[in-house]
Design a protein around this ligand. Structure first.
Ligand SMILES: [Zn+2]
Length: 54
């Protein structure tokens, strides 16, 4: 699954890495989730958080 890149934000993408703070893996979805949800996590971690909230 891949989201469309229709989101326009003021973030400087060059300053944001794609390292997930949960699993420490690099994933392009990390940046998207940071912008959309303010969580610097990948989709797989985001999904697990939704299912099993801390
Ligand atoms: Zn992750």
């Amino acid at each position: 699954m891949k989201n469309d890149d229709h989101i326009v934000v003021d973030y400087d993408n060059n300053k944001i890495d794609n390292i997930c703070e949960e699993c420490k893996n690099e994933d392009e979805t990390v940046k998207q989730n940071l912008i959309m949800h303010s969580y610097k996590i990948c989709n797989s971690c985001n999904l697990s958080k939704r299912i099993f909230p801390l």
